[in-house]
Design a protein around this ligand. Sequence first.
Ligand code: TXA
Ligand code: MG
Length: 329
Amino acid sequence: MQKYACGVMTGDATAAARALRTGGLAALPTETVYGLGALATDPDALARIYEVKGRPSDHPVIVHISGIGAASEWARMVPDSARLLAAAFWPGPLTLVLPRAALASDTITGGQETVALRAPAHPLFQEVLALLESDGLNAPGIAAPSANRFGRVSPTTASHVSEELGSRLIEGRDVILDGGPCAVGVESTIVIWSPESDTWQVAREGGVTAAQLAEIVPVSTASTEPSQRVPGALASHYSPAARVLLSSAESLSEVAAKGPVGLIADTAVATPPGWQRLCSPGDPEAYARDLYAALRSADADGIATVVAVPPPGPGLAAAVRDRLTRAAR
Ligand code: TXA
Ligand code: MG
């Protein structure tokens, strides 16, 4: 059992539930990345999320709930297709965007008529929700964007959260709940429901793949931009301080970079002489899990340029390519 001498870090879900209940913030582990949570019904705490992250206040946040039973508190319509998706993938790395109910305030939805809902799989997160519910809160919701400063790399460990936000959190009021490293490592898949056609559109790729979704519900393959604003889909996002360049394994020798270079590539790819290896994932799952920590370690080591060889193929590899492309802009 890890010991925490002082400060905002804790291993105790009770401390996180207490922080939320009393108007504080709790950074919470999920299976994707760590979230910076506030009670979704607490306007002052919600305002502090934006302040602590340095995030524009018109950006919507995901409301995390215990399961589909709580969805109708936040969404005005919960179609059968949403229930099928929840039955297949919740708790898990899938976020459903549905027409909002009154409880989903403008601060949560960014003024849009929809709300994003997700039931996270991490047991400590679920324990926090259960504790809030046992307090008498009916179907509690925790609004939580990723626990990083705006535009930066999402944290996949509690110490990453502490590095990003520790100085902006208040001891005795806010906590960081340490639930170990995140199992998936990239943010959830976001799907937006269209009431007109009862179809779903993928707005952000993640741990649940388009092919998996299409086995359960109609998925629209419209290649146009989603009709809703998804700021996590901003062209430049998920960025370390280092410059990120993408390369094929064959073209590594042609990469011209000044200063120290770090490499992120499959185990099978050799590290060019003089470069620092940042991580060597053996499959797309490991790539997703290790990517953000590798980008962070580049910054910590003063590496000026990160060269990444994106993983080929569908599924989680597609989500990794998406994040790498954004980090490279
Ligand atoms: O895995 C995840 O989704 C993590 C963990 C903490 O759950 N959360 C996360 O939150 O990545 P955030 O705020 O960094 O990204 C959420 C994305 C943003 O791109 C936001 O624009 C989008 O979800 N979003 C939220 N509400 C939306 C809505 N009503 N319509 C469309 N997109 C929405
Ligand atoms: Mg984020």
